[in-house]
Design a protein around this ligand. Structure first.
Ligand SMILES: [Fe+2]
Length: 359
């Protein structure tokens, strides 16, 4: 018969092995399985091409499988962004529907932390604005994809604003949940293709207070995150809703999310409005710096975004096409453009402008 000491030793060893497996496997969250996955007894665990969430990692670890590099595929960035954003959008749709049907007002933070946030963090770490932007274009799932898009864009912007890592993590959650109050709004209003009646518009505006209450009443969230749901439609000049408060009473997180919310809404096809060209959106946002959006946050967003356009081809208002060479810090929407042998400094040529970026 085995001694109790030996049993204790064996138990400790198996526990340590399990911890090592989990620790190793967690680095593969967000990666895609290269082939069907079986455990050592040949039991089928997961199909090929599964994008691994925290839940999958738990399952794989329970089967005692130690993942290795050859178990996952290394995807082209564009394919990876699309798969990751689609996966997050599907998870957000499940969370919205679960809340809607169960009439629960407590958010499933466990699912959110396991199935949505790791992908958002990984995608935003790539710092590849235009690559990511293509994956954020909505199909017929705007309500869900918009939350994911604002989560990714706000995390990018938060990093550009040099937030500390713990602040960035908190901002990602707040931004991803900013419109969660829409689960309380009738689906007919969210999906309506024509203009809303004043009554419907008043009801839609309530998603801010509903969202605030839901986040406030959920364990594991902060007051700052609830305030983002409440304030992301407030504007610096007091023209926003629900309370019409002015800039000094709006939190920095809410101001960051407001910039990304406006940007993604305007660059997306929505029920009642087609997407506006990127350059037009940026020009509109620059105008909104005076009064509506926080000027510093908005300028950092536009400036960094324009920096990532260096090397892109653009169409000018006189019909010529050229390449962006340099972005002036003081006037980022009027870059230096190269056409053939010429260099045109748009910050000096006020008669000319960029009409659109050529993909
Ligand atoms: Fe909103």
């Amino acid at each position: 018969m085995q001694s109790p000491n030996w049993q204790r030793f064996a138990f400790r060893e198996s526990l340590l092995r399990q911890v090592r497996i989990i620790y190793n496997n967690e680095q593969y969250i967000g990666k895609q399985l290269a082939a069907n996955l079986f455990n050592q007894s040949g039991v089928f665990v997961l199909p090929a091409y599964t994008i691994l969430t925290a839940e999958h990692i738990r399952l794989i670890s329970q089967h005692g499988i130690l993942l290795e590099e050859h178990d996952v595929v290394h995807l082209d960035n564009a394919v990876y962004y699309q798969l990751a954003v689609d996966e997050c959008t599907a998870a957000m749709e499940r969370i919205f529907k679960q809340l809607h049907y169960t009439k629960s007002r407590r958010l499933p933070m466990f699912e959110l932390r396991g199935e949505v946030l790791p992908f958002i963090q990984q995608v935003s770490e790539k710092n590849d604005f235009f690559g990511i932007l293509a994956a954020l274009q909505s199909k017929d799932d705007y309500t869900y994809r918009h939350n994911v898009a604002v989560g990714i864009l706000s995390t990018l912007l938060g990093r550009w604003l040099k937030l500390r890592p713990e602040e960035l993590g908190s901002l990602t959650i707040a931004a991803t949940l900013h419109d969660i109050g829409k689960v309380m709004i009738p689906a007919e209003i969210l999906a309506k293709s024509g203009a809303l009646t004043p009554e419907e518009h008043a009801l839609l505006k309530k998603h801010t207070t509903y969202g605030y209450e839901m986040i406030r009443d959920t364990v594991g969230t902060s007051h700052m995150q609830a305030l983002v749901a409440l304030q992301h439609h407030e504007r610096m000049d007091g023209s926003g809703y629900p309370f019409g408060v002015q800039g000094h009473r709006i939190t920095d997180f809410s101001k960051i999310v407001a910039v990304c919310d406006v940007f993604h809404a305007m660059t997306s096809d929505r029920n009642h409005r087609p997407a506006a060209p990127l350059y037009e959106v940026l020009r509109q946002m620059e105008d909104d710096v005076f009064g509506k959006l926080d000027p510093y946050i908005c300028r950092v967003f536009i400036g960094k975004l324009m920096q990532s356009m260096i090397g892109s081809d653009v169409l000018l208002s006189d019909g010529r096409t050229g390449k962006i060479i340099m972005i002036p810090v003081h006037d980022p929407l009027r870059p230096l453009v190269n056409i053939g042998e010429d260099f045109i400094d748009l910050s000096l040529r006020r008669d000319l402008g960029v009409v659109k970026v050529i993909p």
